[in-house]
Design a protein around this ligand. Structure first.
Ligand SMILES: Cc1cc2nc3c(=O)[nH]c(=O)nc-3n(C[C@H](O)[C@H](O)[C@H](O)COP(=O)(O)O)c2cc1C
Length: 273
C-alpha cells in the first residue's frame, strides 16, 4: 500500500462516480479490486453480450471508458493517478495514486460525468467552430485517431438506431444535424481497444462540459463490410475503426434521466488487510 491512500468513503464515492461511464448495452463489464497494491481494474467477461470479436471489443471499450472516468473522479477528489495498463495477466489497469490538488479542468470534467447521457435524439444546429479540431488533438494524446464520417455515409434507421451506408445500405439522416465521428487505432489489440475507450470517455465528457450531446455507437461497426469500407474511405485502410460517436448541440428536449448502474458493492472487492 502506498503511504498516502484514499480512505474507504473517498474510494466508494470515486468508484460510484466512475460507474456513470457509458458501456455498450449498459452491460458495465468491469470489476475493481482494492487491496494493498492499490486500485486495479479487471474486465468482467461474464457480462459480455456474446463471444464474437465485436462483443470483446465492446467489453474493452467500456472498460476503457470506466478507467478514464475513474481517473477523472480521482483527480477531482484530489488524487492524481499514474495508470499502468496491463501490468499483470488479467489486470487491465492499476492506479498509482498521489495526493494532488484538483485542477480546474478535472473538476469541470468530473462535473460533466453526472450530466452526460447517450442521447439518441436528433440534434439541431451546427457545432461551434474548432470543436472537432480540439477533440482530434485530445484523442491523439491517447494515441487514438479521430475523423469525421462523411455525412452521406451514415443513416438514422429508426428512433434509436443508426447505420453506416456503404454498398446497398441506406444513408441519410433528415432532420438530424448531428456529426458522426469515428475513433480508430493503428493496431487492433486489447490495449488499443482500452485506449480507444479512454478516448471515448474523454470525448463524451469534454462534449458534455461544453454543453454538447453525444452518443457512442458500435452496432453499425458489427457489419465487417461497413467497418472495412469506413476504414478505407476515412483512414486509407491504415487504421481500425473502434467506435462511432454522434455529436451535436444539445437537443431542446427535456434532460434524459440517468440510466441504472450497478452499485460499488456489486463491482468492487475491498481486500484491505
Ligand atoms: C462501447 C460502447 C458502444 C455503444 N454502442 C451503442 C450502440 O451501438 N447503440 C446505442 O444506441 N448506444 C450505444 N452505446 C451507448 C450505451 O447504450 C449507453 O452508454 C448505456 O446504455 C448507458 O447509458 P448512458 O450512457 O446514457 O449512461 C454504446 C456505449 C459504449 C460505451
Amino acid at each position: 500500500m502506498p503511504t498516502a491512500f484514499p480512505d474507504a468513503a473517498e474510494l466508494e464515492s470515486v468508484l460510484d462516480l466512475a460507474a456513470r461511464a457509458p458501456s455498450a448495452g449498459n452491460i458495465q463489464p468491469w470489476r475493481w479490486l482494492v487491496d494493498d497494491r492499490g486500485v486495479q481494474l479487471f474486465a468482467d467477461w461474464t457480462r459480455s453480450r456474446g463471444d464474437t470479436d465485436s462483443d470483446r471489443r465492446d467489453v474493452l471499450l467500456s472498460c476503457g471508458a470506466v478507467l478514464h472516468h475513474c481517473a477523472v473522479a480521482f483527480a477531482a477528489a484530489g488524487w492524481s493517478s499514474r495508470i499502468v495498463r496491463f501490468p499483470d495477466d488479467g489486470v487491465l489497469a492499476a492506479f498509482e495514486l498521489e495526493k494532488h490538488p484538483p485542477g480546474a479542468g478535472s473538476v469541470e470534467l468530473a462535473g460533466a460525468i453526472s450530466r452526460r447521457r447517450a442521447d439518441r435524439r436528433p440534434y439541431r444546429g451546427a457545432l461551434p467552430a474548432g470543436t472537432i479540431e480540439l477533440f482530434v488533438i485530445r484523442a491523439q494524446r491517447l494515441g487514438v485517431q479521430l475523423a469525421v464520417v462523411p455525412a452521406g455515409r451514415w443513416a438514422r434507421a429508426g428512433d434509436t438506431e443508426f447505420g453506416l451506408g456503404y454498398g446497398d445500405s441506406p444513408s441519410g439522416h433528415p432532420g438530424d444535424d448531428a456529426v458522426m465521428l469515428v475513433l480508430a487505432t493503428d493496431t487492433d489489440t486489447d490495449l488499443t481497444r482500452l485506449r480507444a475507450g479512454e478516448a471515448l470517455s474523454g470525448l463524451t465528457l469534454s462534449a458534455a462540459a461544453l454543453g454538447l450531446a453525444t452518443c457512442p455507437l458500435t452496432e453499425p461497426l458489427r457489419d465487417a463490410r461497413n467497418r472495412l469500407a469506413l476504414a478505407c474511405e476515412v483512414f486509407d485502410g491504415e487504421a481500425y475503426p473502434q467506435v462511432l460517436v454522434r455529436i451535436g448541440p444539445s437537443t431542446v428536449g427535456a434532460p434524459l434521466p440517468p440510466g441504472q448502474r450497478r452499485s460499488v458493492a456489486e463491482t468492487t472487492t475491498f481486500d484491505l488487510g
